[in-house]
Design a protein. Structure first.
Length: 136
Protein backbone atom coordinates (compact mmCIF):
# COMPACT_ATOMS: atom_id res chain seq x y z
CA UNK A 1 0.00 0.00 0.00
CA UNK A 2 1.03 3.63 0.04
CA UNK A 3 2.69 5.70 2.68
CA UNK A 4 3.26 9.38 3.05
CA UNK A 5 5.20 10.32 6.13
CA UNK A 6 2.77 7.94 7.75
CA UNK A 7 0.61 6.87 4.79
CA UNK A 8 2.11 3.65 3.41
CA UNK A 9 -0.74 3.15 0.98
CA UNK A 10 0.27 6.14 -1.13
CA UNK A 11 3.91 5.04 -1.08
CA UNK A 12 3.24 1.59 -2.43
CA UNK A 13 0.80 2.81 -5.04
CA UNK A 14 2.05 6.22 -6.15
CA UNK A 15 -0.23 6.14 -9.18
CA UNK A 16 -3.29 6.65 -6.97
CA UNK A 17 -4.13 10.35 -6.70
CA UNK A 18 -5.90 11.69 -3.63
CA UNK A 19 -9.50 11.59 -4.86
CA UNK A 20 -12.81 10.52 -3.44
CA UNK A 21 -13.45 8.00 -6.24
CA UNK A 22 -13.09 4.32 -5.42
CA UNK A 23 -11.29 3.68 -8.74
CA UNK A 24 -8.46 5.73 -10.15
CA UNK A 25 -7.33 5.76 -13.74
CA UNK A 26 -4.04 6.95 -15.16
CA UNK A 27 -2.65 6.22 -18.60
CA UNK A 28 -5.38 3.68 -19.23
CA UNK A 29 -4.59 1.73 -16.03
CA UNK A 30 -7.38 1.44 -13.49
CA UNK A 31 -6.46 1.27 -9.83
CA UNK A 32 -8.82 0.10 -7.09
CA UNK A 33 -7.46 0.76 -3.57
CA UNK A 34 -9.67 -1.91 -1.97
CA UNK A 35 -8.46 -4.58 -4.41
CA UNK A 36 -4.88 -3.45 -3.83
CA UNK A 37 -5.34 -3.74 -0.06
CA UNK A 38 -6.83 -7.22 -0.39
CA UNK A 39 -3.90 -8.31 -2.59
CA UNK A 40 -1.46 -6.99 0.01
CA UNK A 41 -3.23 -8.95 2.76
CA UNK A 42 -3.17 -12.10 0.62
CA UNK A 43 0.51 -11.66 -0.23
CA UNK A 44 1.73 -11.26 3.37
CA UNK A 45 1.16 -13.53 6.35
CA UNK A 46 0.92 -10.62 8.82
CA UNK A 47 0.04 -7.00 8.01
CA UNK A 48 -0.50 -4.05 10.36
CA UNK A 49 -2.71 -1.20 9.15
CA UNK A 50 -3.09 2.15 10.90
CA UNK A 51 -6.17 4.13 9.89
CA UNK A 52 -5.61 7.83 10.54
CA UNK A 53 -6.33 11.41 9.41
CA UNK A 54 -4.29 14.63 9.38
CA UNK A 55 -6.74 16.34 11.74
CA UNK A 56 -6.51 13.51 14.32
CA UNK A 57 -4.17 14.52 17.17
CA UNK A 58 -4.15 11.02 18.67
CA UNK A 59 -3.04 9.66 15.28
CA UNK A 60 -0.01 11.95 15.37
CA UNK A 61 0.64 11.02 19.01
CA UNK A 62 1.00 7.29 18.28
CA UNK A 63 3.09 7.74 15.11
CA UNK A 64 6.49 7.51 16.90
CA UNK A 65 5.37 4.37 18.75
CA UNK A 66 4.32 2.68 15.52
CA UNK A 67 7.56 3.77 13.86
CA UNK A 68 9.44 2.06 16.68
CA UNK A 69 7.29 -1.05 16.23
CA UNK A 70 8.08 -1.11 12.51
CA UNK A 71 11.80 -0.87 13.31
CA UNK A 72 11.51 -3.86 15.67
CA UNK A 73 9.67 -5.90 13.00
CA UNK A 74 10.95 -4.71 9.60
CA UNK A 75 9.73 -7.89 7.91
CA UNK A 76 6.08 -7.08 8.68
CA UNK A 77 4.35 -4.59 6.36
CA UNK A 78 2.98 -1.66 8.35
CA UNK A 79 0.60 0.48 6.33
CA UNK A 80 -0.89 3.86 7.21
CA UNK A 81 -4.11 4.83 5.47
CA UNK A 82 -5.38 8.40 5.58
CA UNK A 83 -9.15 7.89 5.71
CA UNK A 84 -9.81 11.32 4.21
CA UNK A 85 -7.71 10.47 1.15
CA UNK A 86 -9.03 6.89 0.90
CA UNK A 87 -12.63 6.85 2.21
CA UNK A 88 -13.30 3.59 0.34
CA UNK A 89 -10.73 1.85 2.57
CA UNK A 90 -12.34 3.37 5.67
CA UNK A 91 -15.66 1.92 4.54
CA UNK A 92 -14.13 -1.44 3.56
CA UNK A 93 -12.50 -1.83 7.01
CA UNK A 94 -15.60 -0.45 8.79
CA UNK A 95 -13.60 2.20 10.62
CA UNK A 96 -15.78 4.24 12.97
CA UNK A 97 -13.14 6.04 15.07
CA UNK A 98 -9.49 7.06 14.86
CA UNK A 99 -6.78 6.08 15.31
CA UNK A 100 -7.52 2.43 14.62
CA UNK A 101 -4.76 -0.15 14.33
CA UNK A 102 -5.81 -3.44 12.75
CA UNK A 103 -3.52 -6.47 12.57
CA UNK A 104 -4.27 -9.09 9.95
CA UNK A 105 -2.99 -12.64 9.77
CA UNK A 106 -3.56 -14.75 6.67
CA UNK A 107 -5.91 -12.10 5.28
CA UNK A 108 -8.19 -11.96 8.32
CA UNK A 109 -8.44 -9.38 11.09
CA UNK A 110 -7.01 -10.95 14.25
CA UNK A 111 -6.14 -8.03 16.55
CA UNK A 112 -7.09 -4.37 16.79
CA UNK A 113 -6.45 -1.38 19.01
CA UNK A 114 -8.42 1.84 19.12
CA UNK A 115 -6.85 4.99 20.51
CA UNK A 116 -3.41 5.55 21.98
CA UNK A 117 -1.44 2.72 23.60
CA UNK A 118 2.17 2.12 24.54
CA UNK A 119 4.65 0.09 22.51
CA UNK A 120 4.27 -2.97 24.74
CA UNK A 121 0.54 -3.20 24.01
CA UNK A 122 1.04 -3.14 20.25
CA UNK A 123 4.00 -5.49 20.47
CA UNK A 124 2.11 -8.07 22.54
CA UNK A 125 -0.72 -8.10 20.00
CA UNK A 126 1.72 -8.45 17.12
CA UNK A 127 3.76 -11.18 18.79
CA UNK A 128 0.58 -13.20 19.37
CA UNK A 129 0.10 -13.17 15.61
CA UNK A 130 3.64 -14.22 14.77
CA UNK A 131 3.69 -16.90 17.49
CA UNK A 132 6.50 -15.50 19.59
CA UNK A 133 6.05 -16.19 23.26
CA UNK A 134 8.00 -13.40 24.96
CA UNK A 135 8.17 -9.66 24.54
CA UNK A 136 11.62 -8.09 24.15
Amino acid sequence: MDVRSSDMFDKLYPMAPAQQDSYYSRNGVTFDPVSAMIKTLEKNSVVVIKFEADWCEACHHIAPTLTELSELYPEIPMISVDVDLHPELKQWARIKALPMIIMYKDGRMREFAFGVHDLTTYEKKLRRLINVSTVK
